[in-house]
Write a protein that binds this ligand. Structure first.
Ligand SMILES: Cc1cc2nc3c(=O)[nH]c(=O)nc-3n(C[C@H](O)[C@H](O)[C@H](O)COP(=O)(O)OP(=O)(O)OC[C@H]3O[C@@H](n4cnc5c(N)ncnc54)[C@H](O)[C@@H]3O)c2cc1C
Length: 412
């Protein structure tokens, strides 16, 4: 039966959900305080990273982390002013890295990735979006035999989950896929089924146009709190209030503040990430390049080059430290000797992250007509189409394509 639904958040997750619900005949309004793709969804690396099934919270991570933290501009940092605040989240992150929980997270992530891959193809077809898609695969690069050998158990695990890959064992083999890399990269894993968008902002705007064409509305408003009102839900906004049958909270790194107004406490933190986007002609990037040991990636965006990554556990309020973007660009220039580094635009975004690397998808334990869909961390673009289908099925009250148990709100 058609329902009156409000989605809070016009990032790629909220817009994907709204478009899927509108396609299924519901009356849907999206509320966002800033507009479409105005936050994290605008500047990410543009990867549908279906092969990234390994959670960040992995066994041994807490042994490696202190070494990374010693370098204030290294791949992982915690600004001293935020160290105390992040401590409870870090404790949960550490618990999630234990072998039993890690294995359960890999299984849940893989199930969500399989659905994400299929759901993206349905989304591309439904919105006629192929012109915004690049199907060039991804190279994970390694420096030397030892680093490559360490990566092999991860590749075997991916293989067990049906991920296609090819291992490359010389700079010459790598150059056949991506010429111009420094020969220090001696080994690589290539995942041919990895997909990128030409521009994550343009992709979200494209989905928003499809949503509006299907009868949806996008309104500018800041939601302050959510109140259950019998069978309906009331949203108290900065400029008034509105009621509806169901609410979907897809407000990215800010979602836990809204959940809190209903009484749900969710351990959502932000992993701030940085990048620089260089103009067209900066380098001939032929596939998505992942420099895992250095915590950054290089992707082709609108014919230009985006160099970005890093994890800064610094919350939502501290000012950005763009030196982090500069350090990544300097490294990229060393690894891609022909890279032209002038004319870049720097950016920082807030990844919405849950300690076990899995998102929250499902009904609020406090109000069945409030559905949560956030916390996708490094993978919000990748998992947006699948999240939309899962939310559609929750709204319909039927069964979902995969069990929602691993993503439930009250798993902590
Ligand atoms: C450097 C970097 C690189 C990344 N690369 C990739 C990648 O290659 N692939 C990938 O899959 N993911 C990547 N990510 C992660 C990805 O960008 C995020 O997971 C994703 O954008 C989250 O989308 P979202 O819709 O949940 O949140 P957002 O895009 O942040 O949208 C949330 C929206 O909610 C609105 N909002 C918040 N609170 C309120 C309120 N109270 N009232 C009204 N509106 C509100 C905000 O204005 C915002 O528009 C990357 C992230 C970073 C930082």
């Amino acid at each position: 039966m058609p329902q009156d639904i409000v989605v809070i958040g016009a990032g790629v997750v909220g817009i994907s959900i709204a478009a899927e619900l509108a396609r299924n005949g519901h009356k849907v309004r999206v509320l966002d305080r800033k507009g479409v793709a105005a936050e994290t969804s605008q500047g990410n690396a543009g990867a549908f990273a279906f092969t990234d099934v390994m959670p960040l919270a992995a066994p041994g991570i807490m042994r490696k982390a202190p070494k990374w933290l010693l370098d204030p501009l290294g791949p992982l940092s915690i600004p001293p002013r935020y160290a105390l605040q992040i401590a409870p989240w870090m404790l949960r992150f550490w618990r999630a890295s234990w072998q039993d929980r890690h294995d359960a997270s890999v299984a849940a992530q893989s199930a969500l990735m399989d659905l994400s891959k299929a759901a993206l193809e349905r989304q591309i077809a439904a919105t006629d979006g192929e012109s915004l898609i690049q199907r060039d695969g991804q190279l994970q690069l390694y420096e030397g035999e030892a680093q490559f050998r360490d990566s092999l158990p991860g590749w075997e695990l991916r293989g067990r989950y049906g991920i296609r890959y090819e291992l490359l064992r010389s700079p010459e083999e790598i150059a056949e896929i991506q010429p111009g890399l420094h020969p220090r990269f001696t080994h690589a894993g290539f995942t041919p089924d990895w997909i990128n968008t030409t521009d994550p902002k343009a992709w979200t705007e494209h989905l928003a146009r499809a949503f509006v064409a299907a009868g949806g509305e996008i309104l500018s408003s800041t939601v302050r709190s959510i109140v259950q009102d019998g069978e309906r839900v009331e949203l108290l906004c900065e400029d008034g209030s509105l009621t509806c049958d169901k609410v979907v909270v897809a407000a990215g790194a800010w979602s836990h503040h809204l959940a809190r107004t209903l009484g749900d406490r969710i351990p959502l933190e932000t992993e701030r990430g940085y990048n620089t986007t260089l103009p067209a002609g900066a380098f001939d990037v032929r596939t998505h390049l992942t420099f895992g040991a250095h915590g950054f990636v290089v992707s082709r965006i609108n014919g230009g080059v985006r160099v970005g990554g890093a994890v800064e556990l610094g919350g939502l309020k501290l000012p950005p430290n763009y030196k982090r973007a500069d350090v990544l660009l300097q490294k990229a220039a060393r690894f891609l000797p022909g890279l032209k580094t002038t004319g870049g635009v720097r950016w920082m975004g807030f990844r919405p992250s849950i300690p076990d690397t899995l998102p929250v998808i499902g009904q609020s334990p406090k109000a069945a007509n409030v559905i949560y869909a956030f916390g996708h961390g490094h993978l919000g673009l990748t998992q947006s189409a699948a999240t939309a289908e899962l939310v559609r099925d929750v709204v319909a009250g039927g069964s979902c394509a995969i069990p929602l148990h691993p993503y439930r709100v009250d798993r902590f």
